[in-house]
Write a protein that binds this ligand. Structure first.
Ligand code: NAD
Length: 503
């Protein structure tokens, strides 16, 4: 894309543009903000129970903040124990009386309808998600919302084919599913959970993260408009106490949680002995392994998009970079240049690469880890770009070099645009370092040699391994981790198996 300054230079002299680039001048893009007029924010959002927006009995509210400006977008209701009871009761009734009674092909039709309606309102969803979460509009528009629709389409296709899910065996739904999700992909995490649950014939009570409830509450409108029977999907908003009441509710038969390992452990303890099916999608500290025969520019793009373009707010963010020693200097020099080009700023601007950190608490957490690591004396680099907004929660992309696996930066999930770089000399050392973590969510392999990729990937303990690419998702492909990254898989037929009893 040519900027106005590029075009002005070209007008002056056809060679001026080229020589200006050679001279190292920086060019920037003009502002290209997406309009927010498509989004109609309410002052206050109620719970969604039994097909209706319902005020919470607790009367408590939380503020949902725009992290790019710090302004309050809306007030969100906090569901107390009584509200959770009502939501579970409504889901139970729908399971017994409506959703549990209709044919699989009818279920399929509802899910197809919801998928199409999400597509029709895609722009509205994308703008709202960006406002509430802080991630760039190009990500919500091109990744989150299309994948949300794709998950509903994919599982709509499965609803009337469950007889083929486990060859030779019958499957049946479990009952009421309690689902608790995080803030990093608010609507996508909801789709990962609601679509397979409904396709398999279950009903749902879902709780979004307290900082990002708005897109799911907009989905409630779609659900109403689709004619889905009341109570099939219920939404209770609130913080940890609401989630805790939901997952341990006696009439819930299945618990699906995505979030931090810390909360995942609490939930496991809370539901143990309650005869509930449980899946946990938790944190990560995923590694890129860059071999000397890799296509370096391609690997740089994979690393940058995997840790910076989404502010590092991805569970599988490639936050540990293991580079073969012989190419370390070349790689690091290229990476330094590349992070200087990353545009940090207004998430609603279509040219923004990195938006705002989702909340003040996350922002402070990331800053603290960076400060602590700097005090450890590690080599630190950050983008030289000066124009990051002062208002809102913005950070510059950065990395630490010369780190070892024992450093905090290589062990703790940071969930921010912070990378730790270490080296290896042999594939065996790379595997050993990559596996030296409590987590096991994802890994990225970068090599031109297919045989090396095959061999190394077979020895990595990571649920998802990408080769010469990163962070690519497909509804047909299962996702999940080893060790402290969780148990069970979402996506694909594995994701559906988590919502059925096999007879
Ligand atoms: P979090 O664990 O703080 O919160 C997640 C959800 O749990 C929120 O809705 C929260 O209100 C709720 N919650 C908090 N305490 C609870 C309790 N005691 N009982 C029940 N619910 C409770 O996580 P977060 O900060 O929102 O999200 C970031 C985390 O999510 C990261 O660790 C990231 O790796 C993980 N994540 C994992 C995946 C995956 O697929 N593995 C995907 C996305 C995010």
């Amino acid at each position: 894309m040519k900027t106005t300054s590029d075009q002005n230079l070209e007008k002056k002299s056809p060679l001026a543009h080229e020589s200006a680039h050679q001279a190292g001048f920086q060019f920037d893009y003009d502002d290209a903000p997406e309009s927010t007029s498509i989004v109609q924010l309410k002052e206050k959002y109620d719970l969604f129970v039994d097909g209706k927006f319902t005020p919470s009995k607790s009367k408590e509210t939380l503020d949902s903040i725009n992290p790019a400006t710090g302004e309050v977008l809306a007030k969100i209701s906090v569901a107390g124990d009584e509200d959770v009871d009502k939501a579970v009761e409504s889901a139970n009734k729908a399971f017994q009386k409506s959703w549990g009674q209709i044919t699989p092909s009818e279920r399929s039709r509802y899910l197809f309808r919801i998928a199409r309606m999400i597509q029709e309102r895609a722009r509205e969803f994308a703008v709202l998600e960006t406002l509430d979460n802080g991630k760039p509009i190009k990500e919500t528009r091109d990744v989150d919302i299309p994948l949300v629709a794709a998950h509903f389409f994919y599982y709509a296709g499965w609803a009337d084919k469950l007889d083929y899910l486990v060859p030779g065996r019958k499957v049946k739904p479990i009952g009421v599913a309690a689902q608790v999700i995080p803030w990093n992909f608010p609507l996508l995490m909801a789709a990962w959970k609601i679509a397979p649950a409904l396709a398999a014939g279950n009903t749902v009570v879902i709780k979004p993260a307290e900082t990002t409830s708005l897109s799911l509450l907009l989905l409630a409108e779609v659900i109403q408009d689709s004619g889905l029977p009341p109570g099939v999907v219920n939404i209770v908003t609130g913080a940890g106490a609401t989630g805790a009441a939901l997952v341990s509710h006696k009439d819930v038969q299945k618990v699906a949680f995505t979030g931090s390992t810390e909360v995942g452990k609490k939930i496991s303890q809370a539901v143990i002995g309650q005869n509930k099916k449980l899946t946990l999608e938790l944190g990560g500290k995923s590694a890129h392994l860059i071999f000397e025969d890799a296509a370096i520019d391609q690997a740089i793009e994979g690393v940058v998009s995997g840790i910076y373009f989404n502010q590092g707010h991805v569970c599988c963010a490639g936050s540990r970079l293991l580079v073969e020693e012989s190419i370390l200097d070349t790689f690091v020099n290229k990476l330094k240049k590349r992070i200087d080009q990353i545009r940090v700023g207004n998430p609603l601007d279509k040219n923004t690469d990195m938006g705002a950190i989702n909340s003040e608490a996350e922002y402070n957490k990331i800053k603290n880890i960076v400060e602590t690591s700097r005090k450890e004396g590690l080599e630190y680099f950050e983008s030289h770009k000066q124009d990051i907004p002062e208002k809102g929660f913005f950070l510059k992309p950065c990395f630490f070099k010369g780190v070892s696996n024992s450093h905090l930066i290589m062990r703790k999930e940071i969930f921010g645009p912070v990378l730790g770089i270490s080296t290896f000399r042999t594939p065996q050392e790379a595997i050993q370092k990559a596996n030296d973590t409590h987590y096991g969510l994802a890994a990225g392999l970068w090599s031109e040699k297919a045989s090396k990729i095959q061999k190394v990937s077979g020895e990595l303990k990571a649920g998802v391994i990408w080769a010469n690419t990163y962070n690519k998702f497909d509804p047909a492909s299962p996702f999940g981790g080893y060790f402290e990254s969780g148990m069970g898989r979402e996506g694909g037929l594995h994701g559906l198996l988590a919502y059925v009893e096999v007879q």
